[in-house]
Design a protein around this ligand. Structure first.
Ligand SMILES: *Cc1c(COP(=O)(O)O)cnc(C)c1O
Length: 219
């Protein structure tokens, strides 16, 4: 199957309210362009340097979402390239994003990454800390909180992801019900190649899909 066929198949399957992010880590610019030509409107990248190389070739014909773990020293570049940062997981990194955005007069839309599996070594905000972290981040003038993102523990069977998607969706609905100033709970980003159908059943309206579009990653 070609990238074009894969994208067409996916786009015809996703309901209109669900946005497709093509997760393009390790994929060269020509493949990303193939996906864009086939109808992908958002590219997800995990590494700033890799994203920058492709951004310099492709530019703003597509939207760019950051879906990796963001380090402080990469924020300045990140805020120049990305339209949405999906993986904000601390007040500290948010404060750096805010500072760098002020310098370029940009309001950065972000999602808060939730560590829905509550795994010590994983990134993401623990569910029980989400409200307080979101309240603090919402004070930053150059950041706009637009929703939540989660990975969930790496599961064998797709069905094993469901409880973590449900937990994140419940949190999303709860935070929405609080109606916090400057916080919009609009996007819920959950699900990858093996789990996107379950994620959509549980309320995801952004799915991040790599291998089903580009084929398996070799390196
Ligand atoms: C790589 C990646 C994906 C896509 O993974 P696939 O299993 O290839 O679909 C989604 N989200 C994040 C954060 C990723 O790093």
């Amino acid at each position: 199957m070609s990238i074009k066929q894969n994208v067409n198949e996916l786009l015809s399957e996703l309901p209109s309210g669900v946005q497709l992010v093509a997760a393009a880590k390790t994929m060269e610019a020509s493949k990303v362009i193939e996906a864009i030509d086939a109808g992908v409107e958002i590219i997800g990248e995990n590494y700033i340097q890799e994203a920058e190389e492709k951004y310099n070739i492709i530019g703003n014909r597509t939207k760019w979402h950051f879906i990796g773990h963001l380090q402080r020293n990469k924020v300045k570049k990140a805020v120049q390239i990305f339209d949405l940062i999906e993986t904000v997981d601390s007040v500290e990194i948010a404060s750096v994003i805010d500072k760098r955005c002020k310098e370029i007069c940009k309001i950065m839309p972000v999602l808060i990454e939730i560590n829905s599996g509550e795994e010590e070594q994983k990134s993401g905000v623990m569910p029980e800390c989400a409200v307080s972290v979101i309240k603090e981040i919402s004070q930053f003038g150059n950041i706009k909180i637009m929703g939540l993102m989660t990975m969930g523990p790496l599961a064998g069977e797709p069905e094993e992801s469901r409880p973590y998607f449900i937990k994140t969706r419940d949190l999303f609905e709860y935070i929405k019900s609080l109606d916090l100033t400057g916080v919009e709970m609009k996007y819920l980003s959950m699900g990858m190649t093996n789990s996107y159908r379950i994620a959509m059943q549980e309320g995801a309206n952004i799915v991040r899909i790599g291998s089903k579009i580009f084929g398996p990653r070799i390196n």
